[in-house]
Design a binder for this molecule. Structure first.
Ligand code: MLC
Ligand code: AMP
Length: 513
């Protein structure tokens, strides 16, 4: 049996060729038949470029319908789709190319020079470009290519994608997601959230992460529905489009920014059947405010790059509980264990959240020890999140055991930023923390200790980080301290720092987006 995820989508290309799969606010429309034809031509170009099943194709491009066609072409060929955030710096991309050893690197036309230089340095054989408007060298080749309708024959645990996720050591790890992982998760979500071919999704998330790519696009492709692709979050544009849509998926910042618009009300949301939130905690207060204004209870779910989606609040809106992430999805299991003993804890007790099921990834790319360290003996993935399951079975995420900041739904591992700050000759040590931020949930914030007699200001630290790490990882504020608070074991007490700076983003002037 062929387990290629593409087969889960392919029936829709035959059943509804005339139906629009993706449209854009500027009026472009891509029907199922267009997407099929272009993706098959892309598959031809990939094969011409000697991309074989199992080869990695790194894609670092702006959001566009063509980027989804490239994803589909990779599935057809059996290549491993490896999307990267366009915000990554050259240094960050160099690491990914070296680690993943892709056959092909597809970048934005404006990045071609840097990309070619990087490809030469990292031994990547091919570079193509793809622009936001479907321009670039890839599409020039596609225009001349024939359609190649072959679909690679794959096993369930062959890789469909690798998504890099930073680690607490500061070194990024490639999470290997199989065809079976992605197929199982979109099936479970489709059922739980009652998607049908009549749905129309407002898609304003980036498509280089689990949320925007696998949760959003895979469901739409599986049920044969349609979506509007927006390049980025623009709350007014979303509100304009809601009367013709049925579903929105977003990170909590989507909902706080929508609430900031006086236009958001019951009337503009009347056609919508579902608002989904995830990737970061949604404040119960935001849930309640949204319900009051629109009559809709936001459905919160919980997932991870490594595991896809694990839990969801129930579809029945009176059973959705603010501040909780609901129940394990069909086929998945969730338990809470004691941090020290590893024993499973009863309802109401807080511990590590562990998950098991067909959604859970195969492991970290070329890191067997790291993979083994994050699984329990009986096959549960240890998420590093802290949670409890209440008496009614709802999972609450109450914190994180891992040192991680989530800013606007993007993960920032403090260690990575601290290492760059510590490299500055004037710096003795630093600690990077997430501080409550009204727009982004958490704002990346640094506390820096200088070496005796040295001088440095906030602007200099920020300037030094500029080309090192992606913009969203750079601190919103830098503070200088005489020493970092430590416990008796010598460990930096980040909680002390978090409470010291708890109010810095609360006043309107200090809130930077
Ligand atoms: C952008 N900026 C950010 C930022 N996003 N800074 C911190 N945190 C963020 N999340 C910076 C930019 O670099 C820029 O800086 C300035 O803010 C404005 O940029 P922008 O592009 O205009 O930002 P905006 O459109 O306002 O984006 C904010 C956002 C976006 C929250 C809408 O970040 C977003 O769509 N986040 C979703 C991330 C996501 O998909 N996460 C899912 C991961 S999967 P300057 O200085 O250059 O102006 C996952 C698993 C799961 O977690 O469970 O889903
Ligand atoms: P990522 O590694 O980018 O996939 O981010 C996964 C992490 O996001 C999880 O381990 C959680 O810490 C967090 N997360 C995702 N969804 C939620 C949610 N609904 N509530 C709280 N945290 C969440």
């Amino acid at each position: 049996m062929n387990h290629n995820l593409y087969l889960q989508f392919s029936g829709n290309f035959e059943r509804r060729p005339e139906k629009v799969l993706i449209d854009t606010p500027s009026g472009e429309q891509y029907r199922y038949r267009d997407v099929l034809a272009i993706s098959r031509r892309m598959a031809h170009v990939l094969r011409q470029s000697r991309v074989q099943p199992g080869d990695r194709v790194v894609v670092q491009v702006d959001k566009s319908p063509q980027a989804i066609m490239l994803y589909l072409a990779c599935l057809q060929v059996g290549a491993v789709y490896l999307p990267l955030n366009t915000a990554y710096t050259e240094a960050e991309v160099e690491y990914f190319l070296t680690d993943a050893e892709p056959r092909l690197y597809v970048c934005r036309p404006t990045d071609e020079d840097v990309a070619s230089r990087l490809a030469r340095r990292c031994g990547v054989a091919g570079v193509e470009t793809l622009g936001a408007d479907g321009d670039g060298s890839l599409m020039t080749r596609v225009a001349e290519a024939e359609e190649d309708a072959r679909i690679a024959e794959l096993a369930a645990d062959d890789l469909a994608s690798i998504l890099y996720t930073s680690g607490t050591t500061g070194r990024s790890k490639g999470a290997m997601l199989t065809h079976a992982n992605l197929a199982a998760n979109s099936q479970a979500l489709m059922q739980t959230w009652r998607f049908t071919a009549d749905d129309h999704l407002l898609h304003a998330l980036p498509i280089f992460h689990t949320h925007g790519l696998f949760v959003a696009c895979n469901i739409i492709l599986t049920v044969g529905a349609s979506m509007t692709f927006l390049p980025k979050l623009d709350p007014e544009q979303l509100i304009d489009l809601m009367p013709k849509a049925t579903v929105l998926m977003g990170v909590p910042t989507f909902y706080t920014r929508l609430l900031a618009s006086p236009r958001l009300d019951k009337r503009v949301t009347a056609n919508m059947r579902l608002f989904v939130s995830g990737s970061a905690p949604l404040l119960a207060e935001t849930h309640r405010e949204f319900r009051e204004r629109t009559g809709h209870a936001i459905l919160e779910r919980y997932g991870m790059t490594e595991t896809n989606m694990n839990t969801s609040n129930p579809y029945e809106d009176d059973q959705r509980r603010p501040g909780t992430v609901g129940f394990a999805l069909p086929g998945s299991e969730v338990r809470i264990t004691d941090r020290e003993s590893g024993k499973v804890l009863p309802a109401g007790e807080t511990g590590l959240v562990e998950v098991r099921g067909p959604n859970v990834f195969k492991g970290y790319w070329r890191m067997p020890e790291k993979t083994a360290a994050e699984f329990s003996e009986d096959g549960y993935f240890i998420t590093g999140d802290l949670g409890l399951i209440d008496g009614d079975g709802y999972l609450h995420i109450v914190g994180r055991d891992k040192d991680l900041v989530i800013s606007g739904g993007y993960n920032v591992y403090p260690k990575e930023v601290e290492q760059w700050i510590d490299d500055l000759p004037q710096v003795a040590e630093s600690a990077v923390i997430g501080v409550n931020h009204p727009d982004l949930g958490e704002g990346v914030t640094a506390a820096v200790v200088l070496k005796p007699g040295e001088q440095l200001d906030e602007a200099q630290v920020l300037a030094a980080l500029k080309d090192k790490v992606a913009r969203y990882k750079q601190p919103k504020r830098v503070f200088f301290v005489d020493s970092l608070p430590r416990n008796v074991m010598g460990k930096v007490q980040k909680n002390v720092l978090r409470s010291r700076y708890a109010d810095i983003y609360q006043s309107a002037e200090s809130v930077e987006k």
